[in-house]
Design a protein around this ligand. Structure first.
Ligand code: PMV
Ligand code: MG
Length: 398
């Protein structure tokens, strides 16, 4: 195998962690700009990560060829697996209490294990068995999701914990991104992978979407995780952006969870009938986000907020055109209140509930804004940017 050596070159060896219990902490994410458009190749998005974490804990399984996945989250039953004696793949243990839905809910963890183990096998590492337990800050005290992204974070946590368990430390965040993305492509998820880029790099991330069809075809045709890991992915770029003291980022939670899948499906069903508008949306989206990134790189707050507001308007047009409930009455209140207080508000991600974000000058008072949000049932989230763990790739977007 010619690619054996380069595959090893993607990792440092970390003997301290080898076969020890592991804890992987993955920050939650929120879109600033680029949502919806980012589902298409070569589109751009900017996403922030916040200091609320999904935590994956791995302990070695006491039983050979058997292990389990569990969570402290209510409503999700543990899943037990057995390892196939010949193929060595893990398989959900089918017993009378295991339902198809339960297996579907654990599909991200299962896909992450398959993906990392494929790499380990190519590296000639003997496989072991695990008990994974997941807990999360990404929900309210009542257990309602804030919309900070959980399936992506669970997948990243599984990848990270497994690599560390086998004494491997990815040399760059790109390798963790690619492993997680390849795992996600083996699930039902048709997401843009922007959340994965954000939560693997931390901080603030500018992301240019790869061609997911190209990836999917390569995965289907000659399923070799390692060759795809070593390959450059068409169009993919991930760049870390730096925050600066003058920029204030306020996050408000509307209290109602939203389904990204339903909203995306609704849009995709419609664009087949009316493509012209959508193509125009994509053109404008890319221009606005590119200018937003440029403003960020120049730490120009006036331009940042100008293009942020432009994207809000673009999204609201899209919502009207395709009759999508992106901006709920509460998100509209979040936007209006921000405006009254000289901030710029916008829905974040798919919208339809979840969170909105207001950007403005850090020197401006925020007491009124936050009090008004609360009066309208919008809960300010006490979050800060998560630390950037990135070793960047790429340069300027073209
Ligand atoms: O609502 P969120 O944070 O899950 O964001 C969804 C963003 C979309 O662009 C609509 C979908 C995606 O996968 O990027
Ligand atoms: Mg959402």
């Amino acid at each position: 195998m010619t690619n054996k050596k380069p595959l090893k070159d993607l990792f440092f060896l970390n003997a301290h962690k080898l076969h020890q219990p592991q804890e992987a902490r993955v920050p939650g994410k929120l879109f600033l700009v680029g949502e919806y458009a980012i589902l298409e190749p070569e589109q751009l998005a900017v996403i922030i990560t916040v200091d609320q974490y999904l935590i994956g804990r791995l302990t070695p399984s006491p039983v050979l060829s058997k292990g389990s996945f569990s969570t402290t989250l209510e409503g999700l039953a543990p899943l037990f697996y057995t390892r196939h004696p010949q193929t060595h793949e893990i398989q959900a243990k089918i017993n009378p209490s295991t339902t198809a839905d339960q297996i579907r809910q654990w599909q991200y963890v299962i896909a992450a294990v398959h993906t990392v183990e494929a790499v380990l096998e190519e590296m000639g590492r003997p496989l072991m068995d695990y008990q994974f337990e997941f807990s999360t800050d990404l929900v309210s005290q009542e257990g309602e999701k804030y919309g900070l992204g959980s399936s992506g974070a669970v997948t990243i946590a599984t990848v990270q914990a497994l690599l560390h368990f086998y004494g491997l430390e990815a040399k760059d965040s790109l390798t963790v991104f690619k492993l997680t993305a390849l795992a996600m492509l083996q699930t039902d998820s048709r997401g843009s992978l922007a959340d994965i880029a954000a939560s693997t790099y931390g901080g603030i991330v500018a992301y240019q979407a790869p061609d997911r069809e190209w990836l999917q075809e390569h995965l289907n045709e000659h399923f070799s995780i390692s060759s795809l890991l070593l390959e450059d992915w068409p169009a993919l770029q991930i760049i870390s952006l730096q925050s600066f003291p003058e920029l204030a980022i306020l996050v408000g939670w509307t209290g109602s969870p939203a389904s990204t899948d339903n909203l995306v499906k609704k849009l995709q069903d419609q664009i087949q009938e009316n493509d012209d508008y959508y193509q125009e949306f994509l053109k404008r989206a890319r221009r606005i986000v590119k200018q937003f990134i440029d403003a960020f790189q120049h730490k120009n707050l006036v331009r940042i907020t100008y293009h942020y507001d432009e994207y809000r308007e673009l999204l609201q047009d899209l919502a009207v055109h395709y009759d999508l409930p992106i901006v709920t009455p509460k998100l509209q209140a979040l936007i209006d209140i921000a405006k009254d207080c000289h901030f710029y508000g916008k829905s974040s991600g798919a919208g339809g509930g979840d969170c909105g974000i207001a950007l403005g000058q850090a020197s401006l008072p925020t007491d009124n804004l936050l009090a008004e949000w609360k009066a309208q049932g919008i809960q300010p989230l006490d979050v800060s940017l998560a630390k950037c763990t990135d070793k960047s790739i790429g340069g300027n977007y073209v």
